[in-house]
Design a binder for this molecule. Sequence first.
Ligand SMILES: [Zn+2]
Length: 370
Amino acid sequence: MPRLPAAVIGDAHRNSIAWETLESLVDVGNRMAGQDGEEAAAEVVAEAFEGASLQDVTMESFEIPGWWRGATTLSLPDHDQHYGDPHQLFALPGTPAGEVETGIVDVGHGTPEEFDEADVEGALVLASSKTPDDYDRWLHRREKYHEAADRGAAGFLFRNHVEGCLPPTGGVSDADGPGPIPAAGVSRELGHRLVRYCERGEVSGSLDIDCRNEMTTSQNVSARIGPETDQEVLVTAHYDAHDIAEGAEDNGAGSALVAEVGRLLASVEDDLEVGVRCVTFGAEEMGLRGSRHMVGVADLDGIKAVVNLDGIGGSRELGVDVHGFDGLADAFEAASEDLDTPIEVKDDFVTHSDHWPFVRAGVPGLMASC
Ligand SMILES: [Zn+2]
């Protein structure tokens, strides 16, 4: 197995370039897809690619349904209570605006079985962000939201299972516009209060969401290194984030690392056997828009594999989810052995990041985590 020269490994350990890229991304502020900050972040990544002397630095735009946050309130007329502070609740990105006044129905964790037992027609559905520990797979927010909408619910309240007066966030938009029903995240503390009220009897709630939904543009930023080969390996991450968060771990760190991997590989460019394309996607948080765009326009036969970095840097344990592609599993198991470095190779299906549109199209793709 080819190895990087000691000088390159030493450089990787000692330089602060990736950290500075991460700081520049975070300091942009709001990097919400399709908004000014996302475009500014794309420029940060492009500058990092150029600073690393990568070739063909390219910015490619595509249309997305944009979303701009306004005020969100929840009133409980039976209890004469009114919530509208950001530590209590806020709208989920991609929700439509609107006012819903109806009964609140608690569906617990929002598993399909719990939905089967509840009557959510016309209701304001309350579901936890947690998946039960004994459930056989992780249930994503979108799945609970669409289950509610498909069963005729009028609105959706996503209650955080993590304490600390923080509502959860996460996109709910559809392919070409806002999601079907108004949706807000509520803090664990307010969520538990709603659960208690529901246990005591019928509770009506009035959810009022103000926001702007209109088409806008996002962009992917890419660059390449190494020989012109028929197939390239893609090293990818998304650089967009949520408007109410720093987006450091998810996923400024992944974008900074893509640029750093590119910089280090560029120093051994002549030794590479295959071309490598560094890609940072826009609008991942709004429904994997950037990666879906690339899958729609790229020559997929020319992609040997996709190595996707998302939510990276939170742990010292390196793992890869290989989605049933034996060639990827073999490569990482061999690297783990050869480099005497533990890498957990898992065959789970991870559907919520940018490798997924490629995997669905048959391109070997993995999600790396650490
Ligand atoms: Zn992410």
